[in-house]
Design a protein. Structure first.
Length: 208
């Protein structure tokens, strides 16, 4: 028996990183995997489990959901039919998927997960996610007096929604993706995101 969508639903709450995010990462992982020589069962399980500990650090920078999720996944996977090699690969993929940690994926499956997760951090979806999260946290959309931090310190540290784009999102450039198709898919989303931020600031300043 392998990990299924139904099995993991209980781990995801109603947030910007809910089950819908997981399913998008899952589908994009499969799209990328079609073009790569990889273990598809590892790709599937890693995608479904990659954010199981997200609730632990959604509004705190003290815990790393990737590290905690890897530990949780290792225990969960003992109840399924995966080889020790597959388990190690799934756990590694989850541990290194987080953008802000800057960890290097060592397997093609880990590269696929990181690319798929980063795809969901670009485009129309991320615009909605950022402002949704900022709204639930009663945060500020934009304040030109508050300058973006040069170094990303976590979502909870971004003082405005627009700053979050400068501090993290716009740094996820297509050339940072590992796979060819991941890079290709990222191009359109990155352009959309960049243009949105530029348009937002122009409208804010009544320039257009």
């Amino acid at each position: 028996m392998k990990v299924s969508v139904k099995d993991v639903e209980k781990y995801y709450n109603k947030s910007a990183h809910d089950m819908n995010h997981v399913l998008r990462v899952y589908k994009n992982s499969l799209r990328i995997a079609e073009k790569e020589d990889c273990d598809i069962e590892v790709v599937k399980a890693a995608a479904l489990l990659h954010d199981i500990a997200r609730h632990l650090d959604e509004y705190s920078d003290k815990l790393c959901h990737a590290e905690e999720g890897a530990k949780m996944a290792e225990k969960i996977l003992q109840n399924y039919d995966y080889t020790p090699v597959q388990v190690r690969n799934i756990v590694h993929s989850i541990r290194v998927h987080r953008y802000s940690k800057g960890l290097k994926p060592e397997t093609i499956e880990a590269k696929i997960l990181q690319d798929a997760d980063r795809l969901d951090a670009l485009g129309a979806i991320i615009v909605a996610r950022v402002f949704y999260s900022r709204g639930t946290d009663k945060g500020v959309m934009y304040d030109p007096k508050i300058k973006p931090e040069k170094k990303y310190k976590g979502a909870a540290s971004s003082k405005t929604a627009i700053n979050h784009f400068y501090e993290k999102i716009l740094k996820i450039t297509p050339d940072t993706f590992h796979t060819k198709i991941g890079c290709e898919l990222a191009n359109n989303r990155y352009d959309f995101t960049k243009k949105f931020v530029e348009q937002f600031i122009k409208e804010w300043n009544c320039e257009i």
